[in-house]
Design a protein around this ligand. Structure first.
Ligand code: NAD
Length: 373
């Protein structure tokens, strides 16, 4: 069993899909691991570190030659995978809806493409959940970036020269990223409030010492929602939510938005008029900017100033913490492959529940139900 780890080639991608720690673990399972020269540098991992862990470090064509599994962070260019074994697995965050042409190319090449973001949200797959591991770090980073851009302090400070009041932070969308954003803002001493459409998040917000701000006049999503995910809300709900946000947002210094709906553009939560109601010097960090944005006027990787308010968001937030993001992502991949490792076959053999959920292509065809409808 030969595993290949090519360098990431997408703009701004600094993560890598394996670390010396996971290389050692794959080798302990009986696999050989080949890493492209320089692939770990963005995440502060040298070729020497990979060699010391037992990996072969070589240029791409040698790394890919004969590989039965190719590990990636983002979808690797199919043209660069020539020479991989017949039916090789491509294991990465393949972004299947936006990058359909790559999925079709994997099928045409006879590869079995496995999309890690399609991992089902079941208890036994929690340690394989790449969306959670990366969102958690993104929620932290969003608060740190917003704090950095804010011209005031977060905590209450009583000084001889007078009092500095605590920043008010409002977190919109309380999934994995939102929960970490609340916790980070609280640690920095801010007064935090938060909102979501799923009622189960109310208790989570309270347990982190923040104040829940919820639409009460129209029913939201009961409990966790399906698989922990939200759906698009009714026009009545959206209207009630807009009114609620308008009343609350004008008093906030920092807004962190994280709302996502799987397979759809991010819901619009903050309008330009609502931005205009905020105090000059306020900061909004839109974590959903790469999925269309929760905030009107937000642009990826830019600080946009509107009505004296700074709006920002990154196209790829976890890549701004490449060492930790790679360490957690690489463990997610190892947890996935090792859980299904068949000692006799000397390779992983997937079960139906997880295999069918993540598999996009097989036997020359696209097989994922989510792509066939
Ligand atoms: P996500 O990234 O899909 O969405 C972020 C948040 O935005 C969600 O909480 C969602 O409800 C919210 N949202 C969507 N539309 C909104 C709107 N119009 N207004 C306000 N908020 C809106 O979600 P996520 O972070 O991936 O996780 C969601 C849930 O799944 C969490 O409760 C998490 O605990 C659960 N989860 C379970 C597992 C598991 O069991 N294996 C793994 C990961 C996450």
């Amino acid at each position: 069993m030969r595993l290949a780890v090519p360098a990431e080639r997408e703009n701004g991608e600094s993560r890598i899909a394996a670390t010396p720690e996971t290389v050692r673990k794959y080798i302990a399972l009986g696999a050989k691991v080949a890493v492209e020269t320089g692939a770990g540098l963005g995440a502060s991992i040298s070729d020497e570190d990979f060699r010391a862990a037992g990996a072969e470090v070589a240029p791409l064509p040698e790394v890919v030659r004969g590989a039965q599994i190719v590990l990636g962070v983002q979808a690797p260019d199919p043209a660069l995978l020539a020479g991989a074994a017949d039916g090789a697995w491509i294991v990465a965050m393949l972004d299947p809806f936006a990058r359909r042409e790559r999925v079709d190319a994997y099928a045409a090449a006879g590869f079995e493409a496995l999309a890690m973001e399609f991992m089902p949200r079941i208890t036994r797959a929690q340690s394989m959940d790449v969306l959670s591991s990366q969102s958690n770090l993104s929620g932290y980073k969003a608060v740190i970036e917003a704090a950095n851009l804010y011209g005031r302090a977060f905590p209450l400070m009583m000084t001889a020269a007078g009092t500095v009041s605590a920043a008010r932070v409002f977190v919109m969308g309380v999934g994995v990223a939102g929960l970490q954003a609340i916790a980070t803002a609280r640690r920095l001493g801010a007064q935090v409030s938060a909102t979501d459409v799923r009622s189960a998040t109310k208790e989570q917000i309270l347990s982190l010492g923040a104040k829940p701000v919820f639409v009460e006049s129209v029913a939201g999503i009961e409990g966790e929602g399906s698989g922990g995910y939200a759906t698009e809300m009714s026009p009545e709900y959206q209207q009630a939510q807009a009114e609620l946000v308008s009343a609350h947002i004008a008093k906030q210094d920092i807004v962190i938005t994280t709302a996502l709906i799987p397979g759809r553009a991010a819901p619009r939560l903050v309008s330009d008029a609502q931005v205009a109601s905020m105090k000059p010097g306020s900061v909004i960090f839109d974590l959903a900017v790469a999925q269309g944005g929760n905030v009107e006027g937000a642009l990826a990787d830019q600080v946009v100033e509107r009505h004296g308010v700074k709006i920002m968001g990154f196209a790829n937030t976890p890549a701004r913490l490449p060492a930790d993001a790679s360490a957690l992502y690489a463990r997610n991949l190892y947890n996935f492959l090792s859980a299904f490792w068949d000692k006799e076959a000397g390779k992983p053999v997937l079960d139906t529940e997880i295999g069918d959920a993540v598999r996009l292509t097989q036997g020359g065809k696209v097989v994922s139900e989510r792509l066939l409808i």
